[in-house]
Design a protein around this ligand. Structure first.
Ligand SMILES: Nc1ncnc2c1ncn2[C@@H]1O[C@H](COP(=O)(O)OP(=O)(O)OP(=O)(O)O)[C@@H](O)[C@H]1O
Ligand SMILES: [Mg+2]
Length: 455
C-alpha cells in the first residue's frame, strides 16, 4: 500500500494487491512522528491516463513477467484507491486528533482490526461491560454502561433492521448492573424476566390523590383543551375535597356546584373521557406508586400497545411528571428512559425541552425510531451516542447524515450498505471512532417479530 494523495479531508491510499477490504475498515500509517489511524469509507479502481487504451489493446492476454510474477501493468490495472478519513494518532492515552500528514516516502501502511482499534479507544477502561455485538473480524464489541449514563442516545434505522433488539440488549445490560430503567413500549415487546410490565387500565392505574392536582389540570388543559375559566373551577373543587379526592367525588361536586352550565358540561365531558381511559381508580389499593415499581430492581415497562394517541400522551405525561418530581426530591435514583417512537406520544418541542434538562434532572434518554426525521435535528446534534442501522430512503439518509456528530460523508458511505442486524455506532460509546458491528443474537425478551398471515 502507498499513500497516493490527500484530497481535502480524505487521504487516498493505493493498494496494489486488493485484499477483502470493506468500507469501515481501519488502516495504520506508520511514520516517524507516530501512527496515524485512518478509516476506509470508499473504494475505487485506480484511473491512470493511458490505462484504458492499454487495457483494451492487451485483452484477452495475461501478461506474465519473466520471473513468473504478474507484470507491473496488470498490478496497476488491479490496483484500488482506498478513500480514507483520518481519525487521529494512536497513543497510550487513546486516539488524539492531529493535523500532520504522513510522509509519502517514509511511511508504511498496515491493516488493524476494529477490535484492536476499540482496545485503543476504550480498552481496559470499561468497568461495566455490555456485549452488544461482533466486528467483522469476529471480535466482541463491548460498551461501557457508563457511556450511556447521563447521556442522550439515539437508535435509528429503517423498519425491521434490529433497533428494538439492540435496545433490549442494552436494557438487559443496564438492568444487570441494577440501573433503574423505564421503557415506553409501543409494541408490547419488552416482556422479560427482569421486567415488570404496566398495562394501562389493568396493572397501571393511578389514584387522583397520587397524581396531584397540577398534573391532572395540565392534562385537562394541554390534552383535552379545557378553557382556563373551567380549569379554575376544577381547581377550586379539587381544593375543597382535599385528600379525599376521587374521580367520582370530583364529578359529583362539579354537578352539585353552582356554575355556568356550559362550563359544567365542558368539564364533565372531559372527565368522562379521562375516565374511559381506565387509568384512574378511586380504589386506593388498585392505584400504583411509580417509585415502588422503580425500587423493585426490575425494568419498568409501560405497555402503550394499541392505545389511542391521546391516552398514550396522557399516560406518558403523568408518568414523566411524576418521575421528574421524584428525581428532583431525590426519592428515586437517576433513571434510564427508553422511548420507542417517541413522536407518537409527544411532540418535538416536548422532547427537545426534556433533552435540554435531562442531565440536571437525572434522566438518561434512549430514543428508538424508524422515522428519524420525527426527532428534531437538535436532538441528533446533541446526541452523545448514535446507533445507525440501514437506511435506503434518501430523505432519511440525508437527515441523519446532516444531523449526526460525525461527518456526513462517513455516515452516508457506511450506513447505506449495512445489511439488517448490522449497525454503525457513533459517539462516546466508541470513543468517537465510527465502528460497524453485527448485533448479538440473544436477548431474554420477547421478539419484535412481524406478524404475518403466510408463514
Ligand atoms: N441481531 C439479531 N439477531 C437475531 N435476531 C434479530 C437480531 N436483530 C433483530 N432480530 C430479529 O429481527 C426481527 C426484527 O427486529 P426488531 O424488532 O429489533 O426490528 P426494528 O428495527 O425494531 O423494527 P421496527 O422498526 O419495525 O420496530 C425481530 O424478530 C428480532 O428478534
Ligand atoms: Mg422496533
Amino acid at each position: 500500500m502507498q499513500i497516493y494523495r490527500k484530497n481535502d479531508l480524505i487521504l487516498e491510499v493505493i493498494e496494489f494487491s486488493p485484499e477483502m477490504r470493506e468500507r469501515g475498515d481501519f488502516l495504520i500509517i506508520e511514520d516517524v512522528r507516530g501512527d496515524l489511524l485512518v478509516q476506509v469509507i470508499d473504494m475505487e479502481y485506480l484511473e491512470l491516463p493511458g490505462l484504458l487504451e492499454e487495457t483494451i489493446t492487451d485483452l484477452p492476454y495475461i501478461e506474465i513477467a519473466e520471473n513468473g510474477e504478474e507484470s507491473i501493468l496488470l498490478k496497476i490495472r488491479d490496483a484500488t484507491v482506498l478513500k480514507c478519513k483520518i481519525r487521529g494518532i494512536l497513543t497510550d492515552k487513546g486516539i488524539l486528533t492531529s493535523t500532520w500528514i504522513p510522509s509519502r516516502v517514509h511511511s508504511s501502511i498496515s491493516h488493524i482490526t476494529d477490535g484492536e482499534v476499540l482496545r485503543y479507544v476504550i480498552g481496559d477502561r470499561i468497568k461495566r461491560p455490555i456485549t452488544i455485538g461482533k466486528t467483522r473480524f469476529e471480535e466482541e464489541v463491548v460498551i461501557d454502561a457508563k457511556s450511556l449514563d447521563g447521556k442522550l442516545t439515539v437508535i435509528t434505522g429503517k423498519k425491521g433492521t434490529g433497533k428494538s433488539h439492540l435496545s433490549k440488549i442494552i436494557l438487559k445490560g443496564l438492568l444487570s448492573y441494577g440501573a433503574p430503567c423505564l421503557v415506553f413500549d409501543i409494541n408490547g415487546e419488552y416482556v422479560g424476566e427482569d421486567t415488570v410490565s404496566l398495562t394501562p387500565g389493568d396493572t397501571l392505574k393511578f389514584t387522583l390523590r397520587y397524581v396531584g392536582s397540577d398534573s391532572f389540570l395540565k392534562i385537562l388543559d394541554e390534552i383535552y383543551g379545557l378553557p382556563s375559566s373551567s380549569l379554575w373551577e376544577v381547581r377550586r373543587v379539587w381544593e375543597s375535597l382535599g385528600e379525599k379526592i376521587t374521580l367520582e367525588k370530583l364529578k359529583h361536586s362539579i354537578r352539585a356546584k353552582s356554575m355556568n352550565e356550559h362550563v359544567r358540561d365542558a368539564i364533565l365531558r372531559r372527565l368522562e373521557m379521562i375516565e374511559a381511559s381506565r387509568i384512574f381508580t378511586d380504589e386506593p389499593s388498585e392505584g400504583i406508586r411509580i417509585e415502588e415499581k422503580i425500587h423493585s430492581d426490575r425494568g419498568v415497562i409501560v405497555n402503550l400497545k394499541g392505545l389511542p394517541g391521546v391516552f398514550r400522551r396522557m399516560i406518558v405525561d403523568l408518568i414523566l411528571t411524576k418521575i421528574i418530581y421524584l428525581l428532583e426530591k431525590e426519592r428515586i435514583p437517576p433513571i434510564f428512559l427508553f422511548a420507542e417512537e417517541a413522536h407518537t406520544y409527544h411532540d418535538e418541542k416536548f422532547w427537545e425541552d426534556l433533552v435540554t434538562r435531562m442531565r440536571h434532572i437525572g434522566i438518561s434518554l434512549i430514543f428508538i425510531t424508524n422515522q428519524p426525521d420525527r426527532l428534531s435535528e437538535t436532538i441528533y446534534r446533541q446526541a452523545d451516542n448514535v446507533f445507525l442501522f440501514n437506511f435506503t430512503n434518501e430523505n432519511d439518509l440525508s437527515f441523519v447524515s446532516k444531523a449526526s456528530r460525525v461527518d456526513s460523508e462517513t455516515v452516508r458511505s457506511l450506513v447505506s450498505t449495512l445489511p439488517p442486524r448490522y449497525c454503525l455506532i457513533l459517539g462516546e460509546v466508541v470513543g468517537d471512532i465510527p465502528i460497524v458491528l453485527s448485533v448479538v443474537g440473544d436477548t431474554y425478551f420477547k421478539s419484535g417479530r412481524t406478524k404475518c398471515y403466510f408463514d
